[in-house]
Design a protein. Sequence first.
Length: 135
Amino acid sequence: DESQVFSAKLNWLRKTEQAAGIDKLFCSTFASVRGTQWVFEENEHLSQLVKEVEYLYQWVVVEPRDERTFEQAQRMLYTDKCVGIKLHPLNHKYGWEEFGDTLFSFAAQHRAIVQIHANVDNAIISCPMRTNIRT
C-alpha cells in the first residue's frame, strides 16, 4: 500500500525494505520535507533516532534561510550515520538563483552528497562526493 510511505512508520518502512532485500534505510523526516518551520527540530530528532536504530541513516535537510540548519549539517555530515544533504526547493519555496551558490558551495566545502527534490525538468546537478558509511 503506497499510502503507507507518507505515514513515516518505521516498522512499515523496515518491513518493505527487507522484502526488497535492502539492509540500510536513508531518510529525512516527512515533516522536514513538507515545510520549513520544523526542519531544525526534525533534523535533531532524526539524528537521535539514527543513533538508536542500526539500519537507519540520515539525510540532513538544509533550509537556506535558516542558518541553524547549516550548522547542523556541518556537525552531522561528519558522523557515521549521515549520508549527505537533502534539499527541497519546491516544498520550501526557494530558487537556485538566490540560494544555489550558497548551498552548493557549502556542500562542496564539506564534500557532501546532495539529494534534491528539484522543481526543474531534467535537472542534473553535481558536486564533489564523499561517503562515510561503514558497511
